[in-house]
Design a protein. Sequence first.
Lengths: 321, 171
Amino acid sequence: MAAVLVHIDLDGDRPNASSMVALAAGRHLASSWGATLYAALITQNTSEKKSADSTAQIVSTAKVPGIEAIEAALARGGADKIVVAMTDGPVAPLWAAVGTAWQGVVDQLRPRLVLFGAESPSAADLGPRTGARIGARLLLRAKALGGADVELRDRDGGYARITDSGAAVALIGSAEAAPAGDDDVDLVVLAMPGGGDQRLELAGMTAAEVSHTGSAVVVIGDDVASDVKIVTDAKRLAALLGAQLVGSAGAARVLAQGAIVDRQTAMAPALCVLIGNAQVDLAGSTSVIRIGAQPNKSVDGALPGPIDKSLADLVKRLERS
Amino acid sequence: MTRRASMHPPPDVAVWLGTAAPVRSIRWLDGALATAAKFGAATAIAAGENNWLDLAADRATRAGLASAGIQTDLKLDYLGWAQIVAAAVRELDATTVLVDEASRPERFPEVAAIAELLDAVQLTHVVALAPDGAVVHASRSVGRELQTVRVRGPAVIGVRIAGPPVEEYPT
């Protein structure tokens, strides 16, 4: 029977929200395709006994503290089976840290489809490398589309269907909620031999300057910075997107410290929402949405019309989803 | 005891500029080239149509780098381009490959694909880079945090480093 594999990142002791979105998409696909849905996560093996040889070994769930809550969440999220891969080294969203363990899971299950949450920490590093390792097509920001047979489609026209012959890896941007699963789910814990790639050493983490933000930013223009309602909605939008609210010096009084950028500040976030006449120097890789302007070729999307109404509507839609 | 950088010579470097001209701004292309120039000798690689190859070669020359152009009208996916880049890298005998992730959205999966073919360490979203003998110090953007890493050995590094604003190519 074909396998659909979903990588699960953890936020503390809970599955990452974006990973759960990928799981929901996986549930729709697996149900449509008659496949088994596996949810797999990687944890560090802190027990004294490590894997003695070069093969993965099944170990007791007692060696994974806190697994019960994660198991319950993934079961309710629709997983048929859960795989916990334990690696000897510390876990980080880097191929160098967890690639060996993850590859072990992929080798065991030989999935037809591998899913990651597009916003999950591991997606950017593990997703494409997984695709390259198994020779799979790669879909970015894909979503599941219903019909007689559910399929995945991304905005560049890439797709994954039940009739495809090869494997695919997809980063899932959004998904409709899947029917809640029951709590009865198979769980396997595998001790994967070896640790991280010794060629890479993690040296530390610090807070990033706003110009180095990698995820999302919301930029508020000077022309709307004095509008209380727009500023309030802009802050709500930033909170919903996990983004930073930034702007020029003209909007300084509504911004947090360190959030002032000028027109020549170079930024390369994954997503940038521009409100009003806001202007920043964005990388070509950034997805740009402009609120209060007509669509044009310099942006990926636009909400024309009154800024306050368009912004409020967008915030409401995101809060409902 | 103070750790010292290795006495081995710095790695030979190639910088992959992609298959089409940048979207929005050329300063990220310049930033990738300037970063490669920090290593000393480096070669810029580009593939695609003549206009793009001419632009890539021009920017590489301004940065003091050699350039190699692969003229083609092929339309490939990330695996296909990775195979072409890996072949070029082997021909150049480079051990460190920088990839301009920021100029176009389709570039970043190629970092992993090239690393897989070269059996190299991969790093994406790097916003600062400093070679130090055989060690490369890198800062990468992870959400709202900066992660500092040290890399030894063959590596493919996706960079998002901007050069200075360029007036002749307005953003």
